[in-house]
Design a protein around this ligand. Structure first.
Ligand code: KIV
Ligand code: ZN
Length: 592
């Protein structure tokens, strides 16, 4: 059925497929899906006996951020030297050791930035700077001009090799493309040889590797390995990009494993991958590619990059962290990383972005909050038992894949309250922010109050708003209600015998003096209330200090039967006794 605002949506338009099971009533849509062919029909997959499904991710690959080249090429407003430098410094500070910094022959800005790096001392000695070049002699010359003086460089040559690119873009046969690559690779070799002592290594990318015939990929890469005379001491990088992602990650993994098992001089080749995220599976492609033999991953922080982006290095690295594998990159202040990236690329990071988004360590749902609240308390106990810092204790808190503190977040935003929330989360916030530890039985009572308020407001409640709700519901009636206490003294007249003397204004009347006896001060006070015509039976009572130290305020919670119903009240005072009396009065005034 289409209607109103959705009149433009024509699906589902067709019949239910004849062979559909009775429980699936989906209809054929009007989408022209027949225009596209399966990845399996577009490229051969010669791999047999795949091994990657049995492999495990046990160490971090070499991460190579390409934010300053591929990421930068995708920006409406490419980075200038100042923004590039800031991004570069961030990448260095995080611990990246190989950084693709520019496409120097493509723009003056990129060329100038490489010169800036070469002359400003910005590059630590253990960091290799990579630069990108097409296979054209004059552009390679310009690239080498840019890197003059940099101590460790990687010159990254790329050439389109996939059939459509050969036919439509380059108008060259396979043999001609191979010649073009050989000519460029030879030229690079010559230029590097002319700078003895400079540490210049090479990288090659067959563009749209995933659509290039596997035998052609091997022919090109193996001949380039040979031409550059790669050795374990001076290995070549073969970077196999999923330039435009077209298949499920298992297909990429098969393609990578095939290359891994068939590339020549394997110990002299660093097998690199460069996934993009067109299908939204860039991270999965990279992870399976590493299982399949990739040793190096190119990507961008938070997945910036052309179209749907390059693979996201933050997610990849922290996925390892979450599996107990050191990512070898520092994410201990993820918000600084995120904000710096956002400033440099002038794009926001989505609030639900894995690991870095504003909302990713937050639970609104009641059941999740309850579990998290219990999980955090359990975590603290476990740490104490093990005698280790909480930040070092094994992590097993429900719904939080990693400890937010690992990435510099606090627990403050972990639980946030709206109409979806439950008693556990509300109690957690009152405890964390206001030191109130509501008795279990009171939590449901207060949660119903909050539920009504948040439903009516339709918005989130901050910890302060929650406390306000608590105050007006349970504390305030003990101070300003129909029955008001204006003075109170107590004394223990004998063992287990207490006297309360007080002045009480009942039901808006004039204050009057009362005196009551009981086996405790509270029971003496209920006898005062009885004299004033208010029958109260105290059914539950707890109190605690809200801070440490002798003058810290106490809070008391009581549940009273007043008439036919049970009522909760609370009182806060530096005297426990006054807090308790206020709590009883609050329950009374709530009932009347
Ligand atoms: O996506 C890509 O193919 C690239 C290069 C590695 C050619 O950015
Ligand atoms: Zn790319």
């Amino acid at each position: 059925m289409t209607s109103g605002d959705f009149a433009t949506l024509r699906t589902p338009a067709g019949p239910v497929p004849a062979d559909a099971p009775h429980w699936n009533r989906q209809r054929h849509s009007a989408m022209p899906s027949h225009r596209y062919s399966s990845a399996h029909d577009r490229v051969a997959l010669p791999l047999t006996g795949r091994r990657w499904p049995e492999a495990r991710l046990e160490r971090a690959p070499l991460w190579v951020p390409v934010d300053l080249r591929d990421g930068n090429q995708s920006l409406a407003e490419p980075m200038d030297t100042v923004r590039k430098r800031r991004m570069f410094d961030l990448l260095v500070a995080m611990g990246f050791k190989e950084i693709e910094v520019a496409y120097p022959s493509a723009s003056r800005t990129d060329f100038d930035f490489v010169r800036h790096l070469a002359t400003s001392g910005a590059v630590p000695d253990d960091v290799t700077v990579s630069v990108f070049t097409p296979a054209k002699r004059d552009l390679i010359d310009r690239t080498f001009e840019a890197i003059e003086g940099l101590p460790h460089t990687l010159v990254h040559l790329y050439t389109p090799t996939a059939p459509t690119w050969r036919d439509v873009v380059l108008h060259r046969s396979r043999a001609e493309v191979l010649d073009l690559i050989h000519d460029a690779a030879t030229h690079m070799d010559r230029l590097a040889a002319a700078r003895p002592g400079a540490d210049i290594r090479f990288e090659f990318s067959p563009e749209v590797f995933i659509l290039t015939e596997p035998d052609f990929v091997l022919e090109i890469c193996n001949s380039v390995t040979e031409l550059w005379d790669a050795s374990p001491d001076r290995p070549v990088v073969h970077n196999l990009p999923a330039t435009v992602e077209i298949a499920t990650p298992n297909v990429y993994a098969d393609q990578i494993e095939y290359a891994h098992r068939n590339l020549d001089r394997r110990d002299s080749v660093i097998l690199s991958v460069h996934p993009h995220n067109d299908r939204g599976t860039g991270v999965a492609c990279a992870e399976l590619a590493v299982l399949a033999g990739a040793q190096r991953v190119e990507g961008c922080l938070f997945g910036n990059g052309e179209r749907t982006g390059n693979v996201d290095l933050v997610t990849l690295a922290l996925n390892l962290h979450a599996q107990g594998v050191d990512p070898m990159i520092d994410f201990s202040d993820i918000d600084t990383v995120r904000d710096t990236v956002s400033e440099c690329i002038k794009l926001p990071v989505h609030p639900r972005h894995p690991y870095g988004g504003d909302l990713v360590y937050t639970a609104f749902s009641g059941t999740h909050q309850d579990a998290i609240s219990k999980g955090l308390a359990h975590h603290a106990e476990q740490a104490t038992q093990l005698g280790v810092d909480e930040g070092q204790a094994p992590w097993a808190v429900p719904y939080l894949p990693i400890d937010p503190k690992d990435v510099g977040r606090t627990y403050e935003a972990v639980i946030r309250v709206n109409s979806q929330s439950g008693k556990g989360g509300i109690a957690h916030l009152l405890h964390a922010h206001h030191g109130l530890d509501l008795p279990q039985a009171m939590r449901a009572d207060f949660s119903a109050v909050v539920q009504q308020a948040t439903d009516a407001a339709g918005t989130e409640f901050s910890p302060q708003q929650l406390f306000e709700q608590f105050r007006t519901t349970y504390l305030e009636p003990g101070i300003r209600g129909r029955t008001v206490l204006t003075s109170l003294t107590t004394e223990e007249v004998a063992v287990d015998k207490h006297r309360v003397t007080c002045e009480l204004a009942v039901d808006g009347g004039e204050p009057a003096e009362y005196e009551g006896l009981g086996n405790g001060p509270l029971s003496a006070f209920t006898s005062v209330l009885a004299q004033a015509g208010i029958q109260v039976d105290i059914r539950g009572y707890t109190e605690h200090a809200t801070a440490t130290g002798p003058d810290s305020p106490a809070v008391a919670y009581v549940q009273c039967r007043v008439g036919d119903a049970l009522w909760w009240g609370a009182g806060q005072d530096t005297s426990v006794l006054t807090a308790s009396v206020k709590a009883v009065l609050a329950a009374v005034n709530r009932a009347h």
